[in-house]
Design a protein. Sequence first.
Length: 254
Amino acid sequence: MLDNMRKIVPPCGFHCIRINHLGVRFSDQVVLEDVNLHIHCGSLNAVIGKNGAGKSTLVRAILDDIPHTGQIEFRDTKDGRMQKLKIGYVPQSINIEKNTPVSVYDLIASYRFRYPVFLPKKRKIYEQIQKSLSVFDAEELIDRKVCNLSGGQLQRVLLSMAIMDEPNLLLLDEPVSGIDQTGMERFYQTMDHLKRHYDLAIILISHDLDYVAKYADHVILLDQTVQKQGTVREVYTSPEFERIFSVGLEEQDD
C-alpha cells in the first residue's frame, strides 16, 4: 500500500479554502471540536477515521446543514478578496422509488434548472445536461429512467449534477459504497481528472484505505478532531493512525 503513496501536496492555485476552529455539538455531546483544515485547489483530500469519528458530520457542517461554530473561508488569490464558496455535493446514497418514471433528464432539469418535469423537454437545457454528463462518459444515460440505473451509473449522474455550477469545492460522502472494484478504479481516476483539469478542491469521505493511499494528495485522520493530517505517508505511518485503526483490527481478531 505504501508503494503508491504520493509525497508532495500541490501548492495553492488561484484559490484556497480554510476551515477554522469548526465545532459541532448535539446537546451535551461533542461530535467535532476545533477542526482546522487548509484545502488546496487541484487536490484530493481524503477524510478517514473509524465509524462515529464525525466524518459525515464534517460534511454537513461545511454544507451549513447543521449548526456549528468556527468559520469556513474561501479566498481568491487573484485579487485577495473574500468570495462566496460554491460547493458541489454527492451524498452516500439517494432514495429512489422503484418504477418511478423520472428520467435522468427530468432529475437534473428539475433540480438544477427548476424546470417542471411535466413540460416538454427544452433543447437548451437538454444540451447543457448532456454536456455535463459527457464529462463522466454518461451522456447516453440522459433518457434512461433513474430507477433502472446501476450504482456506478447513478454515481456518474450525481457527479455530473454536482459540477454543473462549476464549484470551488466538491464534497463526496462515501460515494462509492456498493460499487465493484472496476467501478471504484474508474471513480478515483475520474477524481484525478477533475482535480487536474477543473482546478477543483475535493474532500472525500472514505473507508477505502488502499485507494486513498493510491490517489489522495492530502489525508485527514479524524476522530472528533483532526488527529493527524498530511501526505499519505505522513498519516499512514503515524502513531495516531496505528492507535485508531489497530483497535479495529484487534476486535476482528477476537
